[in-house]
Design a binder for this molecule. Structure first.
Ligand SMILES: [Zn+2]
Length: 362
């Protein structure tokens, strides 16, 4: 994550409860026994059975497992008991996903997709688990710790969802929960709370699409950050290149440790971060002029210092604040002659009447 997930943020009780139920259903069917409710939220199994569509999905999974031979059921049972967690798969390139017979995989995919789309909002399910999905989302996106704020933690370029005034918390718009590992390819993680994270619409629907965090486009296994515990602040740098006709922002990565190189590359390739940041600052002199005092060099440097601090402080409040702070910090390391050249370019974008960007016709 670019904006680290804050400690103490409990996962979604609904996703956690349903995920535990799926795992227990797999183990029970493999063993030929009934569901053991002692490890599940009280009333959850009854609530799931009370919904005909949900019950049908669980029964279809049980039928598919009963159709396996004894060895197949044993191997499936052992696989469920010992499978790598989704978070192990993120960070350990040796960790392998569980092999699941295709007939079972089909029903598992149907079940977890149904639970995610439909059952997670059922009154009986949420009552048994103790909160709704929206309750979790509101906890997740809260600005005060342990909430993570309303800016997408993957890219820091977009709100998770716009807030509307005078609208109750449970009626607000919310961001999509991204299946970090796609539910079609990894149905065993289709309702796993560690695999479900609110991210912005651009990350989810424009950048990532069907890309696989565990494999590159050539199908080779790769590493990625564990978004729940790892973050990559301080490992990307922005600089301004004044050699070109118009100044441009250049991006560089400085992995710490070096093994993070592949994790950074995965993050950039999947979510297209570099091109999104370079696009935002493609007319960087305008972006600077709208935010900084371009009167003279002293005022320019003073505003850079103040804004770098403020933008960092409010990185979870407003999109691009993290990236602005990163850019301003790098500008403060420039020689005065270069900074003055940049300030002059910024100042030239300002109209004498006070309207910016007139020369750009924006
Ligand atoms: Zn995003």
């Amino acid at each position: 994550m670019l904006l680290p997930v804050r400690a103490g943020l409990a996962p979604s009780a609904v996703f956690r409860g349903l995920n535990a139920l799926v795992r227990e259903a797999l183990l029970a069917s493999c063993s030929g026994r009934t569901i053991d409710e002692s490890t599940l939220p009280y009333g959850l199994w009854n609530a799931a059975q009370a919904n005909l569509a949900t019950d049908a999905c669980f029964q279809a999974l049980a039928v598919a497992i009963r159709a396996l031979d004894d060895e197949g059921r044993l191997q499936l049972y052992l696989g469920v008991r010992t499978a790598s967690s989704v978070r192990q798969l993120f960070t350990d390139p040796i960790a392998a996903t569980q092999e699941i017979p295709e007939a079972v995989n089909v029903e598992l995919r149907n079940l977890t997709t149904h639970l995610f789309k439909s059952s997670s909002t059922l009154a009986g399910i949420t009552q048994a688990c103790g909160e709704t999905v929206m309750d979790h989302y509101n906890r997740y996106s809260a600005i005060h710790p342990p909430g993570n704020g309303n800016v997408c933690g993957i890219c820091a370029t977009e709100y998770l969802a716009q807030r509307r005034g005078r609208i109750a918390a449970n009626e607000q718009w919310r961001a999509p929960y991204d299946h970090l590992l796609a539910k079609e390819k990894y149905p065993q993680f289709g309702i796993d709370p560690d695999n479900l994270m609110p991210i912005c619409n651009t990350c989810n629907s424009k950048a990532k699409l069907a890309k696989d965090l565990l494999h590159n486009l050539a199908g080779q296994r790769r590493m990625c950050f564990d978004p729940w515990t790892e973050n990559f602040q301080g490992q990307v740098n922005l600089n301004i290149d004044l050699q070109d006709i118009s100044p441009g922002v250049t991006w560089s990565m400085s992995p710490q440790p070096l093994t993070n190189q592949s994790k950074l590359a995965t993050w950039d390739e999947v979510y297209r971060i570099k091109e999104r940041i370079e696009g935002e600052f493609s007319s960087v002199e305008v972006k600077l002029a709208e935010d900084l005092d371009c009167t003279d060099l002293a005022a320019f440097k003073h505003s850079l210092t103040a804004k770098a601090h403020a933008r960092k402080q409010f990185e979870r409040r407003t999109p691009f604040n993290y990236w602005r702070h990163l850019l301003y910090r790098s500008l403060l390391r420039m020689a005065d002659t270069d900074l003055e050249q940049l300030r002059t370019l910024c100042h030239a974008t300002l109209d004498p009447n006070g309207d910016a960007e007139t020369t750009y016709g924006i």
